[in-house]
Design a protein around this ligand. Sequence first.
Ligand code: PEP
Length: 254
Amino acid sequence: MLILCNWKLNGKKNILKKFFVELNNLCIKFKIKSNISISPPIIYLSKLYEILKDIKSKIILTSQNVDVHIQGAFTGETSVYMLKEFNVKYVIVGHSERRIHHFESDEIVSSKFDIVKKNGLIPILCIGEHFQESFDKSKIFIKNQIDSIFIKIGKKAFRNSIIAYEPVWAIGSGISADPNYVNDIHFLIKSYICKKDNFFKNNNIVVQYGGSISKNNVYNFISKKYIDGILIGGASLEIKTLFPIIKIIEKFSK
Ligand code: PEP
């Protein structure tokens, strides 16, 4: 199972080594088989690349963002080429915080998704509604977000990619969504994509859940048939909140 950790705009240069060495040692001690990926602020990727190389760790690096351009006069941006230099495997695109605070439209998100795929990295597309109304309304909203990717890239768009379903109101609020509801939405996402691209058999596109995951609720999610993994924000910032979640996932992994 894949465990994605999004640090957002948190962290400090002088805690990186201690955090990663400790996490790596715990993973070895408890023979953790899940794939763990950390997504720090981009400025820390190069230091983490060196640390992970030194300690021969299997922890994977994810980027929180990427630019739609490869290089040129785009001040303040980071290219997918640069992410590749630091062994980044996954790139988060369309996180609701970028859609809201940085005004990223479906068009920008699909361009980012496209550039990540074209350059051999794996996009993690975040989708999710910002309201708590009805299943039917959420269904339409989510299908539209998926369609914007199909429109830009075509019917093979979701091959070698990951989707993170994150109802916006559940992110950082301490109130997670109902696991049965999430399971139904994941089924909807999987069957919708499978119907468009028959490359996917038995709904085997990976869909993670994110939104106020903690050690107290993680089992309720990972025990559901269509929830393939999780995306953890706040609880991934400290080993004492992250590692208990990893242990529960490891114990009950499908
Ligand atoms: C997130 O950053 O995508 C997230 C799910 O955060 P949190 O776990 O804090 O809700």
